[in-house]
Design a protein around this ligand. Structure first.
Ligand code: T4K
Length: 406
């Protein structure tokens, strides 16, 4: 690991030159084999078939289903529409229990259909739904549960399934982060009645914009296929209420190209993760969310947890210092869905039942990874963090009002 010398005054936060000339982003897209992509785009143009269940979409659906070992894959235009479609197809209504510690789309997909998201706390170890608290939130209006495999970490699917069965609730999963991850040897995508993936540009497998629903339920598959295409069953024949959730051919072309490099992307992510682990080892109060090496994982989110009492440097100060160095780290999912509109106005006291979510939202920082992030980048990021937390920074007479001013 190449060592860089840093002094306080050289930090960009205090007016020094940023350590990175170009900004380093979380969620920089993986591109894959450009020639393969361009060939596919040329084929698509030659065929003059750009959308509506074209050959690339069909091939993409087959490959995703095969990879996950699931019966049906329905490719759609993004992960949010995928959630909305499943919620509607399962006839969820009234209240649905979800974690507040998730991307806002999980909550919005419900509220959009006038279903109330009821926010449940998460287990601080796994960052996923706490099934024990969940049971206490069930009311006569509850119709379902949406677990989120946040960071690709599987929910406690066994307990959630038990609770759902016991109370006759529908169970689905938002697996937006979890393509390529397994639970007890089975690929995520096989749990609940249906699971939803996002293939947004920022995901390690991307279709520019895109998503997919996977299910082993053949009846649900038929229904979803109608729903994503306005309810059309052949020319001029609408037999169901639907919307436009179709994936385009150019998206599927990108998806197929992405899938060809899947193992390589995972290897790069894993390598970066291990470099972060090594580079951050031993810094008091700084830890990386652990990845279970016994399972398949995509390693697409590098999740740093800052214990402010130990570091004496707040997560938000560290964020500002990294941003000044052109490392655009992110605070997913600050401040928690319950503190965002419209939920903040609807449920102003929701935070009282969400202590772990509130703590997590204050301690998590996501660091750049993926094919656009090199080993040298990771090393430099780690050294900045180490310097800020461990070395002279703590001795430096930095008064807090000065930090607040920035
Ligand atoms: N459920 C969960 C649990 C999710 O995490 C998400 C999406 C969904 C549902 C909904 O799926 P989609 O409908 O999006 O398919 C980003 C993504 O936009 C979002 O897809 C993702 N989760 C979320 C975790 O991260 P933002 O608000 O951070 O987006 P944005 O545009 O700031 O992008 C993040 C960074 O990526 C930027 O700093 C710049 C970089 N970037 C982005 C794009 C689009 C690039 O370098 N190149 C690009 O082309 O939400």
């Amino acid at each position: 690991m190449k060592h860089i010398d840093i002094t306080i005054s050289e930090l960009a936060f205090f007016g020094g030159e940023p350590k990175f000339k170009e900004r380093l982003f979380v969620g920089r897209p993986n591109i894959g084999n450009r020639d393969r992509l361009l060939d596919r785009i040329n084929d698509m143009l030659d065929r003059r078939w750009l959308s509506n269940n074209g050959v690339f979409v069909q091939e993409f659906e087959l490959q995703v289903a095969k990879y996950l070992g699931v019966k049906h894959c329905i490719a759609v235009c993004n992960g949010t529409i995928a959630l909305e479609l499943v919620i509607r197809a399962l006839e969820l209504k009234g209240e649905v229990i979800i974690p507040s510690f998730t991307f806002i789309a999980t909550a919005h997909a419900l509220q959009w259909q006038e279903i109330t998201p009821v926010f449940c706390d998460v287990d601080p170890k796994t960052h996923t739904l706490n099934p024990w608290q969940l049971e206490s939130l069930i009311t006569p209006r509850t119709s379902g549960i949406i677990g989120v495999h946040v960071w690709g970490q599987p929910c406690d699917v066994e307990t959630l399934t038990e609770v759902a069965n016991k109370h006759h609730l529908k169970l689905m999963f938002d697996a937006s982060h979890a393509f390529g991850c397994s639970h007890r040897g089975t690929m995520l995508g096989n749990f609940g009645t249906a699971e939803v993936f996002s293939f947004h540009a920022t995901k390690f497998i991307n279709t520019f914009e895109g998503g997919a629903i996977v299910t082993n339920d053949s009846e649900l598959n038929q229904k979803l296929r109608l729903m994503k295409n306005f309810g059309f069953a052949g020319f001029d024949n609408v037999i169901y209420l639907g919307t436009n959730g179709k994936m385009s051919e150019i998206s599927a072309a990108m998806g197929l190209t992405s899938l060809e490099s899947l193992e390589e992307f995972i290897e790069v992510n894993r390598h970066n993760y291990l470099c972060y682990l090594e580079g951050l080892a031993g810094i008091p109060g700084v830890s990386l969310f652990p990845m279970n090496e016994a399972e398949k994982h995509n390693y697409q989110y590098v999740v740093l947890e800052i214990d402010e009492e130990q570091t004496q440097v707040s997560r938000d100060l560290l964020l500002k210092i990294l941003h000044a160095e052109n490392v655009i780290a992110r605070r997913y999912f600050y401040p928690g869905c319950h503190r965002m509109e419209p939920y903040r106005s609807y449920f102003p006291h929701a935070g009282l039942l969400l202590p772990e979510t509130e703590k997590l939202a204050r301690r998590v920082l996501i660091l750049p990874t993926g094919t656009a992030t090199s080993k040298a980048d990771v090393s430099k990021i780690c050294q900045i963090i180490r310097f800020v937390v461990v070395s002279q920074f703590n001795d430096y007479e930095l008064n807090s009002s000065r930090i607040d001013d920035i």
